[in-house]
Write a protein that binds this ligand. Structure first.
Ligand code: ASP
Length: 439
């Protein structure tokens, strides 16, 4: 059995957290490949090392003195080294970093040092081989990620290692220029390593006990999702629920490798399994509820629109020409509505309206702002009658007016449009009806 374990910044913020991580790794021999993030926040109001590196490099790039900023970063690492009683010097590494910052080696290089140094400490602490991600995670010159080369390099390098630490978040071009994934990208590295070694499981350790049924800022202490499919996860993440970097899914999904989200501070919790498919029945009819505020709807009305061939295409072309993405397009006989992100749309509003008038000569165009979309997602909905009925009766009881309904043909989700001010009430009402009543 081979497992890849990735630890997020809060799991590695100080020596105490490192010790918890060490115990987790040692308690299971199959945890052979470790992907660490940079040290995160130790307490509320603290700064992540990655952010310290970004601002230190900004100072360096503007030609100012960055000695004190680099010293503070060094201190974060030595605090860990001392706390672990490790006989490890990072002096050479910091000398190189200082020189590289002076030579303006780039923002991505700067940020990557957070994971690089934490990887060095982790390898020394565990007695595992350190594998520099710059040698095995490959980017192209244009900054895009090169999956094929990475897979080959990683497989070849890790074949020779019984146990290894591979720092997350960064890689390099073939000429050695260091590049990073977007923020939170250590999740992606973990997934790439899992794919390369054909792991049985990719464990992603963080500070929550899994993926929650809904946002804890809206519902107090929501239930944890035990098993979720990749498709369900995609629907929920798209609507704003985040635990995992979006791009972390693709490498393992193709290989059918499950991901297990776990909590470093509560290792006895089983966490959430993310799988390609499952016959396990979900605990509740729905798997999760997520949503976002800040949408706007453009309602277009024209009599006999239904018999006008190409009407929908012409409307959507106007949005495309203005570079505005659309979210949903519910339609009636003589009406078509387009949902867009308000902030993206506001600037282009008048051009879009003019474009619609030119393209289809509507009877009238009307807009409504400050709308929220809620996605109710669950593979269990497919086989259960009355799910929609329950959602809407819960919303009616909570006095929420439903503006739009859209059920995907996969029956995996129902999207509901409500006014921004009703958003929290609506999410709570849906959560209560499915989770609190336990059906
Ligand atoms: N340290 C990086 C960040 O803060 C990457 C990561 O933690 O995954 O975004």
């Amino acid at each position: 059995m081979k497992k890849v374990v990735k630890f997020g910044g809060s799991s590695l913020a100080n020596a105490e957290q490192f010790q918890k991580v060490g115990e987790i790794i040692k308690s299971d021999k199959s945890r052979r490949y470790v992907v660490p993030s940079a040290p995160g926040k130790r307490f509320d109001g603290d700064t992540k090392v990655t952010d310290m590196l970004y601002s230190c490099y900004e100072t360096a790039a503007s030609g100012e003195d960055f000695t004190n900023q680099l010293k503070a970063i060094k201190e974060r690492y030595y605090e860990i080294v001392r706390g672990l009683n490790l006989n490890l010097s990072l002096e050479e590494e910091f000398k190189t970093i200082q020189a590289d910052f002076k030579n303006q080696s780039g923002m991505e290089y700067a940020a990557s040092r957070g994971e690089f140094l934490n990887g060095k400490i982790m390898a020394a602490y565990l007695g595992y081989t350190f594998v520099d991600a710059a040698e095995v995670i490959r980017f192209r010159k244009d900054g895009s990620f090169d999956m094929e080369t990475t897979d080959k390099l990683l497989t070849k390098r890790l074949e020779k290692c019984e146990c290894a630490v591979i720092p997350g978040f960064y890689g390099a071009c073939s000429d050695g220029t260091v590049r990073t994934f977007s923020r939170g990208g250590s999740d992606v590295t973990g997934s790439l390593v899992a794919r390369a070694i054909q792991a049985d499981l990719y464990e992603n350790w963080t500070d929550v006990s899994g993926f929650l049924v809904t946002d804890p800022r809206i519902v107090e202490n929501p239930a944890v999702i035990e098993t979720i499919t990749y498709r369900e996860l995609r629907e929920l993440s798209y609507m704003g629920a985040t635990v995992l970097h979006e791009e972390a899914i693709f490498p393992v999904r193709k290989e059918g490798i499950p991901i297990n989200i776990r909590n470093t501070n509560s290792p006895e919790d089983k966490g959430t399994f993310i799988v390609e498919s499952t016959c396990r029945k979900p605990r509740y009819t729905i798997t999760g509820i997520a949503g976002k505020k800040g949408f706007c709807s453009i309602n277009i009305e024209k009599s006999m629109m239904n018999s006008e061939l190409g009407f929908g295409r012409k409307i959507l072309q106007v949005f495309e020409d203005q570079g505005v993405n659309f979210e949903h397009v519910p339609s009636g006989i003589d009406t078509m509505t387009v949902y867009v992100h308000q902030d993206e749309f506001e600037e282009k509003e008048q051009q879009v309206i003019a474009g619609i008038h030119r393209a289809v000569q509507p009877d009238f165009v009307e807009m409504e702002a400050d709308l929220a979309l809620i996605a109710v997602v669950g593979r269990g909905m497919r086989s259960t009658r009355g799910t929609a009925g329950r959602i809407f009766s819960a919303l009616a009881h909570a006095n929420v007016n439903v503006k739009m309904i859209d059920q995907g043909s996969s029956e995996l989700n129902i999207i509901i449009g409500v006014e921004n001010r009703d958003f929290e009430t609506a999410v709570k009402a849906i959560y209560d009806i499915f989770v609190m009543t336990q059906i």
